[in-house]
Design a protein around this ligand. Structure first.
Ligand code: F6P
Length: 489
């Protein structure tokens, strides 16, 4: 049995060089979670390469080469400039993304976006149908492709099809704003299994089904839930996604990362380092976090020269004006705060706007005394988990938004905050930095235990198990293949 992952983007970034394109591994939660899964199980990843490639042969050669290095195959879905504009920027990022993050006033309900979504769904369906075998397990990922399952059934795909939503699912009073709400809900029920990050998201989905599809029958079967509608039964569950804890932990403990962490710490010249790392996105609450930090500096002068905030923002969706505005807002706040508080020998905020090399990222996680993970709303937030996995000294503090899905698993040992409550976040910062290393250890030890136990393979096993499949069956395919031909290294 082979695993076929389908997501909007392939797990790569296409970079232009003087001689053409080159690939590197993509970033973001979905890729960092599923990359290790495919590297272990092998299989196929279908998605948009992330750029308009003019030369298909060159693209296929690049993908084949990248796939050989990773140990799984990459199959592109080619999107036109109109598709990218109407489906990716429009339907996905101007409608579903803000709506599902409870930010309905940011939505742009343009009818043409729905048309573009249907066109792109057809393109994905043709590529998947041409590449999948009946014995494959096809696993569709995330909010861009909610309706793909139904289309795949319409084109006659016989494989089992699962779906996992990486972002939150909203309650009915928000979901019902979507002009195509019944269609989207009905299409989701065509998958064999639909997975959500938390029980709360699952409850919201059930409430939407009750409100919009009253004829659907909902029932609980053991620890699974089922919805029967229009002659089909769809299973549902909450499967909090994890990370490859051992991989992060091992790499963070390496001498190279230890050396880099020591160097950065010496360069920063502050006793306590606070760390914020996010993709540039309004859901991440970066301006609120900066205002809370400013408030902490205004209210608690004892923090001056004692703390420094390392704020890393990873570029994302830069062609969208809203994201450009957000970048400008962040940069204005950083310069205002630094202007107000900097003294010779001490800069309160070190601001980084770029993607980090993996070792550098690990070094930041390792050296940070406090991580500020304060999204306004987030499906899971894997930064919180990556931070704990890299805390090899075990004495960091995690300040975590109560609106991140990870708060369900980690809330007991993180310092939970409402990111909109600046007073509270400022006080949480003061409290976190005043704890001694010994006081911090027990909570970090428990956090690391949770993240290790409920890692990406635990997630995979639970999802496949709910589909009646096993991880062994997936790795069996890889073992059989490796007998026939040596695996690429
Ligand atoms: O689950 C959320 C997610 O899919 C992330 O994995 C990813 O970083 C983001 O949404 C989408 O980013 P982009 O628009 O750059 O593809």
């Amino acid at each position: 049995m082979r695993l076929v992952i389908v997501s909007n983007r392939l797990p790569i970034v296409l970079e232009t060089t003087e001689t053409g394109f080159r690939t590197r591994r993509g970033a973001g939660g979905l890729v960092s979670a599923l990359g290790p899964v495919l590297r272990r199980c092998g299989g196929l990843w279908v998605g948009w390469p992330g750029a308009e490639a003019s030369d298909l042969n060159e693209l296929n050669a690049l993908l084949a080469d990248h796939g050989r290095q990773e140990g799984f195959d990459l199959v592109p879905v080619i999107l036109s400039a109109d598709d990218i504009s109407g489906f990716y920027r429009g339907f996905s990022n101007e409608i579903i993304w803000p709506l599902f993050h409870d930010l309905q006033s940011r939505c742009n309900f343009v009818p043409e976006y729905w048309t573009a979504y249907r066109v792109v769904k057809d393109k994905f369906a043709s590529v998947v149908a041409a590449n999948a075998q009946p014995t494959d397990f096809v696993w569709v990922q995330d909010y861009h492709l909610m309706g793909l399952g139904r289309r795949l059934r319409e084109v006659g795909l016989l494989s089992r099809i699962g779906y996992f939503l990486h972002i939150p699912f909203p309650p009915p009073d928000i979901f019902c704003k979507l002009p195509w709400r019944v269609d989207v809900l009905d299409a989701l029920l065509h998958y064999d299994l639909v997975g959500f990050q938390t029980a709360h998201d699952l409850d919201n989905f059930f409430d939407c089904v009750r409100t919009l599809l009253p004829a659907a029958k909902r029932r609980r079967a053991g620890d699974q839930f089922q919805v029967t509608y229009d002659g089909r039964t769809c299973c549902l569950g909450a499967f909090p996604i994890g990370i490859d804890f051992d991989d992060y932990g091992r790499a963070a403990a390496s001498p190279a990362v230890a050396e880099r962490a020591k160097q950065i710490r010496a360069d920063l010249q502050v006793p306590q380092v606070l760390l914020g790392i996010d993709r540039l996105d309004y859901t991440k609450g970066i301006p609120y976090r900066l205002r809370a930090f400013r408030l902490a500096l205004q209210r608690y002068p004892e923090l001056h020269r004692r703390v420094g905030l390392l704020e890393v923002v990873v570029p994302s969706r830069e062609s969208v004006p809203e994201y450009q505005d957000l970048k400008a807002e962040i940069e204005l706040l950083v310069s205002q705060i630094n202007g107000e508080f900097t003294q010779p020998g001490w800069i309160p905020i070190h601001y980084v706007f770029r993607s980090l090399e993996h070792d550098e990222l690990l070094a930041y996680y390792r050296l940070a005394d406090v991580a500020l993970v304060t999204p306004l709303k987030d499906g899971m937030n894997l930064v919180a988990k990556e931070y704990c996995a890299c805390q090899v000294e075990g004495d960091g503090v995690l300040i975590l938004s109560e609106f991140a899905g990870s708060a369900v698993q980690m809330g007991g040992d993180a310092v939970l905050v409402n990111p909109y409550d600046l007073d509270f976040v400022a006080e949480a910062i003061r409290r976190a930095v005043s704890l001694t290393r010994e006081q911090r250890r027990p909570a970090m030890r428990r956090l690391r235990r949770i993240v290790r136990k409920q890692d990406i393979y635990w997630w995979l096993g639970r999802f496949l198990g709910a589909c009646g499949l096993s991880m062994d069956a997936m790795t069996e395919e890889r073992r059989a293949k490796s007998k026939a031909a040596p695996l690429p290294v």
